[in-house]
Design a protein around this ligand. Structure first.
Ligand SMILES: Cc1cc2nc3c(=O)[nH]c(=O)nc-3n(C[C@H](O)[C@H](O)[C@H](O)COP(=O)(O)OP(=O)(O)OC[C@H]3O[C@@H](n4cnc5c(N)ncnc54)[C@H](O)[C@@H]3O)c2cc1C
Length: 486
């Protein structure tokens, strides 16, 4: 291997990373006993989703010596997650300096990756991270750690197979994979899908799209477009429509005022990261409920990207009462009156109701949610998205609604946005994903170790490599006996 001092750019960074890993004795030695089931090798962990959370989780498991792992993603390589698909912002909202998925390794940070290629001056000059660059960084992260990711592989179903989990998959060498633990790093929509308001039910999809759909913005040229919502995605979609030549774009915003303060980001700290999941439930509820009520504002730059167009309008206090499909468009009845549009974009976010995805149909009815006892009326008014949040264990594992009804749930870990009420924001956003991956990997390591305790104890008993050869000392007891006899 070339010495790191003779290398430059990314090659030098990669050499430094290898050296750091060596200094830290990482990856740790492999320690989980292998298993087979029906003549097939069993995976210790399968991670579904190789977006940022799936990559961080896979990396942390591998570094912890749990290396019989597979990460599967339905998307083609380099197109996982939102960044180069439906994310329509120019840059990330997050500050460029965040550790992100680097797992405490300085050479694995975005900053190290960027600086290695473009230098320190370019780093100083960089404002926010362009989204395509963030995707390129994640691609590098996966390659430099040699993570076992398979793309074009979709999980289509889950079943119990004795003590294991049977994964039904499409696009892989086998149609079934057996795993001891399953991590669902399936992203924002987590276990559900798009949140679609009731007034859009039955409206022809030719007239509306969800903000995370693949939208043909060129088709919106000269058209009247309505965008519902006041979050980051509404701004990004409105701006993209305006830049594509839309005739007019109206933001229909139910709230009387734009949310302007990013509350949870404002109080971000290691206390929040490590303390939130240990708080009593009433406190967890209070934090998440308050944040949901306050709402997260869209970034200033995204809002300006819309408002700089003369044909963009912001309608506040403009709740939608009904949407009617007409011969050539939509009639939208709002609290501010009726308006006609050619197309509507619903930036209405995602739902985690477990029922939106066929691949989770077998487990969905058994998953215990906060509504199943963890939520108490004295915490405050019930809020959808919170009462239906899964009630998770300390390593993000699901719990059964009825004991014994679906035992594999305790081996299925919900490492996505749906975990927020139980665990805080450690399995979705960039700032604390390393802490989340650490919590997950420790929990999985402990539970695999406990499950294999017989085998580990047998290894203890069988271990017979001497440290002492027996020639390092002489036994003086006979001398003592002689002395006592005198
Ligand atoms: C538009 C947008 C902008 C964001 N900007 C920021 C930001 O600036 N800062 C910040 O901190 N956070 C941001 N976030 C939030 C968060 O960082 C992202 O959502 C991030 O992508 C989360 O990573 P993830 O791995 O959880 O999910 P994703 O990146 O969405 O990855 C999930 C993966 O799971 C795969 N998958 C799902 N189901 C299956 C299946 N059945 N079989 C196989 N594969 C499957 C998908 O193909 C996908 O690649 C943003 C989110 C969005 C949507």
């Amino acid at each position: 291997m070339a010495h790191s001092e003779t290398l430059t750019g990314l090659a030098a960074l990669e050499a430094r990373l290898r050296q750091d890993l060596e200094l830290l004795e990482l990856p740790a030695k492999s320690w989980v006993p292998p298993r087979t089931y029906q003549d097939q090798a069993v995976k210790d962990v399968v991670v579904i989703g190789a977006g940022m959370c799936g990559l961080a989780a896979t990396a942390k498991l591998m570094l912890s010596g749990i290396d019989n792992v597979l990460a599967l993603d339905a998307a083609p390589a380099g197109r996982e997650g939102p960044w180069v698909t439906f994310a329509r912002m120019e840059t990330l909202r997050s500050p460029k300096t965040l550790q992100g998925p680097a797992l405490g390794l300085p050479q694995l940070t975005f900053r190290a990756w960027f600086t290695a290629q473009h230098g320190s001056e370019a780093w100083q000059a960089l404002d926010k991270i362009p989204k395509d660059q963030w995707m390129a960084y994640l691609v590098w992260y996966r390659h430099v750690l040699n993570l076992p990711v398979h793309n074009g592989v979709r999980l289509t179903g889950i079943a119990q197979a004795e003590g294991l989990i049977e994964l039904q998959v499409e696009g892989f060498t086998t149609s079934k994979i057996y795993a001891r633990r399953l991590v669902l790093a399936t992203g924002r929509s987590g276990l559900g899908g798009f949140a679609v308001p009731a007034f859009l039910q039955g409206i022809d999809r030719a007239y509306w799209a969800h903000s995370a759909d693949d939208i043909d913005f060129n088709a919106l040229k000269h058209k009247r477009v309505a965008v519902i919502g006041a979050g980051a995605s509404s701004m990004d979609n409105a701006a993209t429509a305006l830049e594509a030549g839309a005739g007019a774009v109206d933001l229909l915003i139910r709230r009387k005022e734009m949310p302007r303060i990013n509350k949870m980001t404002g109080i971000g700290s290691q206390g929040v990261v490590h303390g939130m999941h240990q708080l009593p439930d009433a406190w967890k509820w209070k934090f998440v409920d308050y944040t949901a009520a306050a709402q997260t504002p869209p970034p200033r730059s995204s809002t300006l990207r819309v408002s700089r167009h003369a044909n963009a309008r912001f309608f506040l206090d403009c709740a939608i009462e009904a949407v009617k499909q007409e011969a050539n468009g939509l009639l939208i009845e709002t609290t501010q009156g009726a308006m006609r549009y050619d197309f509507l974009i619903a930036a209405t976010g995602f739902a985690n109701t477990f029922n939106g995805r066929p691949e989770f149909a077998a487990i969905a009815p058994h998953i215990r949610s906060w509504a199943d006892g963890r939520y108490q009326p004295e915490m405050g008014a019930p809020r959808s998205g919170m009462t239906d949040a899964p009630d998770l264990g300390p390593a993000f594992e699901f719990r059964e609604r009825v004991a014994g009804s679906c035992p594999m749930l305790r081996h299925i870990h919900c490492f996505n946005d749906a975990a927020m009420l139980t665990h805080g924001k450690v399995s979705g956003d960039i700032p604390a994903v390393s802490a989340g991956a650490d919590r997950l990997a420790r929990g999985i390591a402990a539970s695999l170790f406990a499950e294999d305790v017989d085998s580990h104890f047998a290894s203890l008993v069988a271990y017979d490599k001497p440290e002492l050869e027996g020639d390092e000392w002489t036994d003086s007891t006979p001398l003592l006996k002689q002395e006592n006899a005198l």
